[in-house]
Design a protein around this ligand. Structure first.
Ligand code: SF4
Length: 324
C-alpha cells in the first residue's frame, strides 16, 4: 500500500529558484506515494485578505511552475484548494474542539503578526489564528500519513497530529497521525546576499531567460576583498559559491582554485550561469507544452475531481463519527 502525501504552496507570486528543491522533492515522491499537491489560495487569504491578489493569474502560474519542473498530473492530483470544498468544511468541524491555546502557541503565529504589522497588516483575525487549523484540515481530509516540510513547519505537523488524536479520542478512530518528512532544503541567498525574495528583487525566477540568468549571476555579490584575479579568495562569503555548492559538480575544485587565486570571478560566474541555464532550460520546454490553451486548466479540473473524490469519502466518515 502506498502512503499518501499532501503539500501545497500559496499563490502569492512567481516562484524562484529558491523554491526549486521543494518542488523537486515532490517530483521524487510521486512514484512512491499518492500525492495531493494543492495551490492553497485560501491560505493566501489568511494573511493577504486586503491584497486583492490576481488569483486567476497567480494560481495558473504556480501550477505551470510545478508542471514545468516535473510534477506529473497522471501521477499526482494538482488542484486549487478553494475548488475542493471539503477543506473548508473539515476546517470548521475541527475548530469545534481545538483549544485556542494550541493555536496561540504555534511559534510562527506571534512572530508573523509582529513582522506583518510592521508592513501595516492587521493579522489579529480569526482566519489568521486558524491557518494552522486549515493546514491540519488540508492534510487530514486526504488521511495523508506523510507531510513533506521544512524544519520551520514541524510545529504545524505536530499540531495536526494533536488534532487527529483529539478527534479520534472524542469521536472514534478516523484519522492517521501524519508524520513529517523533513526534506533537505538548501537556503539559497538572493543575488545581493539577503534572503531570496521577490519583494527584494534579488531572485532568479524559474522562468528566467538565458539573458536574465546571465544578468542575475553577474549581479551576484562576490568576495569584496578580492580586487585582482589572482588575489586569494574567500568563497564562504561569496553568493556565487553558495549556488555552485548546489548546482556545480566540481564545486570543491572551484573553491580550492578561488582560495589559491587560480580562477577569476568572471570565469567562475560564467560557469555558474552555464549550469543554471542547463538546469532551467528543460523547465522552459515543458512549460511551453503546458502553456498551450486549456492544458493547465484541464489539469486543475481533473486534479480537483480526484481530490474531491478522496476528500468526500473522509468527510462522510467524519460527519457520521460526529453524529451529523
Ligand atoms: Fe566567488 Fe568564484 Fe570569485 Fe571565488 S572566484 S570570490 S567563489 S565568484
Amino acid at each position: 500500500m502506498k502512503g499518501t502525501i499532501f503539500s501545497g504552496m500559496r499563490p502569492t507570486g512567481a516562484l524562484h529558484i529558491g523554491h526549486l528543491s521543494v518542488i523537486q522533492n515532490w517530483v521524487s515522491l510521486q512514484d512512491d506515494y499518492n500525492c495531493y499537491f494543492s495551490v492553497v489560495d485560501l491560505h493566501a487569504l489568511t494573511s493577504g485578505y486586503e491584497d486583492k491578489l490576481d488569483f486567476p493569474r497567480l494560481r495558473r502560474e504556480i501550477a505551470l511552475d510545478w508542471l514545468s519542473v516535473g510534477i506529473d498530473p497522471e501521477k499526482s492530483a494538482v488542484f486549487l484548494q478553494s475548488e475542493v470544498k471539503e477543506h473548508a468544511e473539515l476546517h470548521l468541524l475541527l475548530s469545534m474542539f481545538t483549544p485556542l491555546s494550541w493555536l496561540e502557541r504555534v511559534p510562527t503565529y506571534k512572530d508573523q503578526i509582529q513582522q506583518l504589522s510592521l508592513q501595516g497588516k492587521d493579522l489579529g483575525t480569526y482566519g489568521f489564528l486558524g491557518y494552522p487549523m486549515l493546514m491540519s484540515a488540508d492534510i487530514l481530509v486526504y488521511k495523508a500519513d506523510t507531510v513533506p516540510v521544512g524544519e520551520d513547519q514541524l510545529p504545524h505537523v505536530e499540531l495536526c497530529r494533536e488534532v487527529a488524536r483529539r478527534f479520534n479520542h472524542l469521536y472514534g478512530p478516523v484519522f492517521p497521525e501524519p508524520k513529517a518528512l523533513v526534506g533537505k532544503i538548501p537556503l539559497l541567498p538572493g543575488v545581493d546576499g539577503r534572503k531570496m525574495s521577490k519583494s527584494y528583487h534579488n531572485a532568479i525566477s524559474l522562468t528566467a531567460s538565458p539573458e536574465e540568468i546571465k544578468t542575475r549571476v553577474q549581479q551576484m555579490v562576490t568576495d569584496p576583498a578580492r580586487l585582482r584575479k589572482d588575489d586569494p579568495g574567500h568563497p564562504e562569503v561569496c553568493v556565487v559559491d553558495k549556488f555552485h555548492q548546489i548546482y556545480t559538480s566540481e564545486a570543491a575544485d572551484l573553491e580550492e582554485n578561488c582560495r589559491a587565486g587560480k580562477i577569476g570571478c568572471v570565469a567562475c560566474k560564467r560557469l555558474l550561469a552555464e549550469n543554471l541555464e542547463k538546469l532551467l532550460s528543460p523547465f522552459r520546454e515543458r512549460r511551453a507544452y503546458w502553456e498551450e490553451p486549456g492544458r493547465v486548466d484541464n489539469v486543475l479540473k481533473e486534479g480537483a475531481l480526484r481530490a474531491h473524490e478522496a476528500a468526500s469519502v473522509t468527510m462522510k466518515e467524519v460527519r457520521s463519527a460526529m453524529g451529523l
